[in-house]
Design a protein around this ligand. Structure first.
Ligand code: NAP
Length: 284
C-alpha cells in the first residue's frame, strides 16, 4: 500500500507554477493577478481564503482580497464582480462559497467572465468540460487527476466509482475520469447497495462529507482510494470520508486526510489563474 502524498505533489506542482509565472512575458495589459471575493465572516471560509492568498504569494501571483460584509446586497457583489471582469490586471476571479443565504449564488457565479472563472463554475466552463475541451477545471477534481497522474495510476479501461455528485466535485471528477477512458459509475444518497458497487471498483473516489463513511468491506483488495472529504470525527479531529485505518491495508494507493487531496485544491486554483492569464494573452 502506498500513501498518496498530496503535500509533496502540491509542492512540486507549485514549483512548476512559479516557473510558469516567472516565464510569463511582461505585458502592457498588466501582471497576473487573482481577485478573491469573500462575503461575510464564516470562519472556515476565512481560512480557505487566507490559504489562497498565501498560495498566490508563494508562486508570484498578485492577489486582491475583497472582503464584503455579510449583509451585502446582490447588486453590491455583482458590481464588484463586474469591476474585476473589466480589470486587465485581474486574470482570475474567485467568489468564495458558500455566500450568505440571501444571495443567489448561481446567479453571481454566472456573472463572472467565463475566461476568468478559475473555479470552473460558470456554465461555459462546465460546458467545455462536458464536451471534452476542458479549459478552467474545478480545482478539487483537477487536483485529484494530478495526484493520479503523479503516481502514474492507470485509468484507461478501469472501473472507477465516484461517490457524490456535487457540481463542484463529484460530477466534474466523473467527467474527467470518463475523458481518460475509465468506465465511470456515479453514486449518491439514493444509490442502493452502495457497497456492492464500490467493492467492484478499481478506483473509488469519495466526496460526500460523511466522516469515515467508506469501510473496508466496501473496497476490493488492491483498489485505489481517493478521499475528498474534509470532516470531523467524534473527537473533533479532521478526517475524511474514508475510514483510513481499516481501508488503507486493502488499497494499492490511498490519499490521507489531511495531506491528500486538500493541498491540491489551492494549488490547482493557482494553475487555473496562470492558465486564464495565458488564455487572455493568447500564450500557448
Ligand atoms: P455536497 O455538495 O454536500 O455533496 C455531497 C454529495 O454526497 C451529494 O451528491 C450527496 O448525494 C452525496 N451523499 C451524501 N450522503 C451520501 C451517502 N450516505 N451515500 C452516498 N452519497 C451520499 O459536498 P461537496 O461539496 O461535493 O463536498 C464533499 C466533501 O468533500 C465534503 O467533506 C467537503 O468538505 C469536501 N471537500 C473537500 C475539498 C478539498 O479541497 N479537500 C474541496 C471541496 C469539498 P445527493 O446528491 O443525492 O444529495
Amino acid at each position: 500500500m502506498q500513501i498518496i502524498d498530496g503535500k509533496l505533489v502540491a509542492k512540486l506542482t507549485r514549483e512548476n507554477i512559479a516557473r510558469q509565472v516567472q516565464a510569463l512575458p511582461q505585458d502592457k495589459l498588466g501582471k497576473i493577478g487573482l481577485a478573491v471575493i469573500l462575503v461575510g465572516d464564516d470562519p472556515a471560509s476565512k481560512v480557505y481564503v487566507r490559504n489562497k492568498i498565501n498560495g498566490c504569494a508563494e508562486v508570484g501571483i498578485a492577489s486582491t482580497l475583497e472582503a464584503m460584509s455579510a449583509d451585502s446586497t446582490f447588486e453590491e457583489v455583482a458590481a464588484k464582480i463586474e469591476q474585476f471582469n473589466a480589470d486587465p490586471e485581474i486574470s482570475g476571479i474567485l467568489l468564495q462559497l458558500p455566500v450568505p443565504k440571501h444571495l443567489d449564488e448561481a446567479a453571481l457565479l454566472h456573472l463572472i467572465d467565463p475566461s476568468k472563472d478559475v473555479d470552473g463554475c460558470h456554465y461555459v466552463q462546465k460546458g467545455k468540460l462536458w464536451t471534452g475541451e476542458p479549459e478552467l477545471i474545478p480545482c478539487t477534481p483537477y487536483g485529484v487527476m494530478k495526484l493520479l497522474d503523479h503516481y502514474s495510476i492507470p485509468l484507461e479501461g478501469k472501473n472507477a466509482v465516484v461517490v457524490g455528485r456535487s457540481n463542484l466535485v463529484g460530477k466534474p471528477l466523473a467527467q474527467l475520469l470518463l475523458d481518460r477512458n475509465a468506465t465511470v459509475t456515479v453514486c449518491h444518497s439514493r444509490t442502493r447497495d452502495l457497497g456492492s458497487i464500490t467493492s467492484r471498483a478499481d478506483i473509488v473516489c469519495v466526496a460526500i462529507g460523511k466522516a469515515k463513511f467508506l469501510k473496508a468491506d466496501m473496497v476490493k483488495e488492491g483498489a485505489v482510494v481517493i478521499d475528498v472529504g474534509m470532516d470531523r470525527d467524534e473527537n473533533g479531529k479532521l478526517c475524511g470520508d474514508v475510514d483510513f485505518a481499516e481501508v488503507a491495508p486493502k488499497c494499492s494507493y490511498i490519499t490521507p486526510v489531511p495531506g491528500g487531496v486538500g493541498p491540491m485544491t489551492v494549488t490547482m486554483l493557482l494553475q487555473n489563474t496562470v492558465t486564464a492569464y495565458k488564455l487572455s494573452r493568447g500564450i500557448e
